[in-house]
Every structure is written in structure tokens, then in C-alpha cells.
Design a protein around this ligand. Sequence first.
Ligand SMILES: [Zn+2]
Ligand SMILES: [Zn+2]
Length: 343
Amino acid sequence: MPELRKDPIIDRWVIIAVERGRRPHDFVVESEPPSGAFCPFCPGNESKTPPEIAQWGRPANEPPNTPGWNVRVVPNKFPALTHEGALDRQGLGMFDQMNGIGAHEVVIESPRHDWDFASATPEETRDILGAYVARVAALREDERFVYTLVFRNIGTVAGASLAHPHSQIISVPIIPGQVKEHLDAARAYYMQKTRCVFCDVLRQELSMHDRVVEEDEHFVVLSPFAARFPFQLQIYPRRHSHDFTLMTPPEIEALGRTLSRSLHRIRETLGNPAYNMMVQSAPHEHSRPGHPEYWGTLPQDYHWHIDILPRLTKIAGFEWGTGFYINPISPESATEYLREATV
Ligand SMILES: [Zn+2]
Ligand SMILES: [Zn+2]
């Protein structure tokens, strides 16, 4: 019997249609075709990217933009938004517009072209997550930007245009609609109950335990109750925190291990699927003239987390037309399969 499930945070319903569902190997896996083409992210080709913003690994007394780095951050050569200029809001009749100010950076995660996050060492993941934290903290200093997203697209289906492992960081001058929907819902819940809705979800999931894939001292990995996509995963810090840049060094190390293991479980269970990973963290807490209480309860009501979406199903007419998703495998069975994967 198909089930309709409502997301516990926002007003979004999902159809869990298990009889359409299959076993993990029934999902068609579309991942990256290995290419022998020239790679601008490989060591030795540093001059083919814009000059680096930051790097980890190369001694400080050696020249920039040369090999020797473990993680390298560069501006995107083809940015979605431009870093130059002042933010200019204007009306065009009844329409609102503003110029496309933003930042678009690339985190090259390893000098190795065939490196895989799923089998990374703790030192490697520590440097990559350290790069995320450092860059988001730096971009936040720019008063024009109000929100920054860190994400990874793996596989062409997921939008990756280069095979060399990398993540991207985009800062934007507005709070995107879907983010705002979550922030508003979290604040409304807090206003009513004086509790964090994400902490409540976590407590409930840990007591039921049928969607918890793994947990340790710092992090919990679960397949959400109203998962929109098969084998969707979320990673939550146990400690309530609205902002992922506030992670302690032991939490950064633990997150690296948890992320690697989760990606390894997905690879073991599903082959090598394309996927998207997003770090969902609080917007920049700049004061807003005329809105003194705008971020007043943000540190209490929002809880950062990571979303991992394997790209196994196609978004089609019904989903585009309604925003209503059909998930052909229940999060409970997905959890069972993922738990069984050897890590
Ligand atoms: Zn490469
Ligand atoms: Zn919380």
C-alpha cells in the first residue's frame, strides 16, 4: 500500500510507493565515465585554473600555484555569479531584480585524479572539511552575501562537469526560497515549543531506530521519514548547533569518518551512483536594518546537517508539476540495506 508522508520540518508531502520499489541492484546506476581528457585540477596544471585562494599541504615558503598541495581552493573559472561590483536591487515594473553578485569557488579535494571520498584517510577528510569551514567563515565577512552553500556533485547525472574530485562553494545575496522555507518552519516550531525541531526529529529517530543507519558519539546518519529520493541520507550532529563552522576539531575528524563511511555504504549498496551532497547550515547572521529580531532565535531554532541524494530516479512531469515526489523504496528498507554494507 503506498503511503503519503509529510516532512516533519516543512509542509511537503512525499509518496512512498513501495510496490513500485525494488532491491538496490534494480536501480540503474549512472556514474562518471572515466575520461582520458586533459584535467585542469591535476598537479602540474595549476596555471590552468584561476590563481588559488587557499591551499593545504604545500609549505608556506614555496611558490603558490605549484604542486605539493593536498587540498586547493580556486575561483570557479566559469562562475554562476560574479564577485565584482555592488549589490543593486531594482524594480522593473512589478518585477524585482538585482545584479548577479556572488562568489563561486571550487575545492579541489585531492591531488589524485582517481581519489574517492568513500575511501579517504582521516587526514584527507580533515583538510577538506577544514577548507569548507575556513572558506565559509571568510565569505561570511562579505556583507553582500547572506547565504553560502557547500556542495559536491558526483557523476555527470548529478551535474559534475569534471571527473577530478571536487566540491563547490557558492555565496548568494539572497536567502534561497527552499532554505527560507526550512528556516521559517524551524523558527515557527521554536516559537511554539521552545525546542529545536531537528533535535526533536533526532530524538524520535533514535528512539524508533528503524531509519538510523549508524551513529557515534558525535553524529547520527539516518534516512529521513519523508525521504523524497531512494537511499537519501542525512547526517546530523548530536550536539545542537546552527552553524557547521562552529564544529570542534574532534567533531571535524568524526564528521570526516562518518561521511566517508556513509559514501562507502552507498557505493557498496548501489554500485557507484551519481549523487549530490549539500551542507545545510545557517545563513550569515548580518544585522538587518528594520529587522532587529531577524536572526534572534537562529542559534536556538536551526540545526545544521548534511544531505546526501543518490541520483537513482528521474524527476518527471508529476514531480515538476506538483513538487510532490514519488519514492519507490521506503526509508526503512533503504536503511536496512545500507546498514548491511560492509564499511
Ligand atoms: Zn585530475
Ligand atoms: Zn537542534
